[in-house]
Design a protein around this ligand. Structure first.
Ligand SMILES: CC(C)(COP(=O)(O)OP(=O)(O)OC[C@H]1O[C@@H](n2cnc3c(N)ncnc32)[C@H](O)[C@@H]1OP(=O)(O)O)[C@@H](O)C(=O)NCCC(=O)NCCS
Length: 170
């Protein structure tokens, strides 16, 4: 079975915080950060699979510190774990005060992508091999997250069965 190192999928992106990107608190708009996260995570997943991938889920985005216009926002993503046809990607968001150099973890997120074949059907992915302490820790803790995801997915499907798709005005 083909395998790739976590480092082979690593991606980095650094951006400034411009006026159109902020909310009414003058901090980076959460939706903007989530778009950055999905974007960089999909690149890491594609680099690992060398296939077309689709986002199956985003576990959560934990916003730990606000990101201000005086900060840069730096994202790092890489594949942490693989199932049969899915990969888990971790995204670490670091904010850096550009004048003081102070750096903090501003947010973290785990996303799952599924590799698709030419007919848009899930297809097996290469295994991932962690090397660094951080990669190993994320790899070892992944089966628990995958289990939680499966429970949540089953619950979401059940819940969707109760919901209506009627127009609100009917
Ligand atoms: C994701 C998707 C391809 C899965 O297809 P499916 O027919 O349900 O496939 P399966 O049940 O065989 O699951 C395939 C893999 O996806 C994983 N998976 C499916 N839904 C998942 C979810 N919500 N969260 C995490 N993993 C999920 C399964 O665990 C399985 O992984 P494995 O092969 O590593 O064990 C399909 O649900 C889909 O196309 N969803 C819409 C995706 C999309 O439009 N994304 C963009 C959002 S804007």
């Amino acid at each position: 079975m083909e395998q790739r190192y976590s480092r082979e999928s690593k991606c980095y992106k650094t951006a400034r915080v411009f006026p159109p990107d902020v909310n009414n608190h003058n901090t980076l708009f959460g939706g903007k950060l989530m778009a950055y996260i999905d974007d960089i995570a999909s690149i890491a997943a594609t680099k690992h699979c060398r296939r077309s991938v689709v986002t199956a889920s985003t576990d959560s985005v934990d916003f730990l510190h606000p990101i201000r216009p005086s900060d840069s926002v730096c994202l790092e993503s890489f594949v942490t774990w693989t199932g049969r046809t899915s990969v888990e990607v971790f995204v670490k968001v670091i904010k850096e005060d550009l004048l003081s150099g102070d750096r903090k973890i501003a947010a973290t997120s785990f996303l799952t992508f599924v590799a698709l074949d030419e007919n848009k059907k899930p297809v097996p992915v290469p295994k991932v091999v962690p090397e660094t302490e951080e990669e190993l820790k994320l790899f070892e803790t992944a089966p628990h997250r995958a289990e939680m995801r499966k429970i949540r997915r089953d619950e979401s499907k059940k819940f969707a069965g109760f919901l209506t798709v009627k127009h609100p005005w009917d």
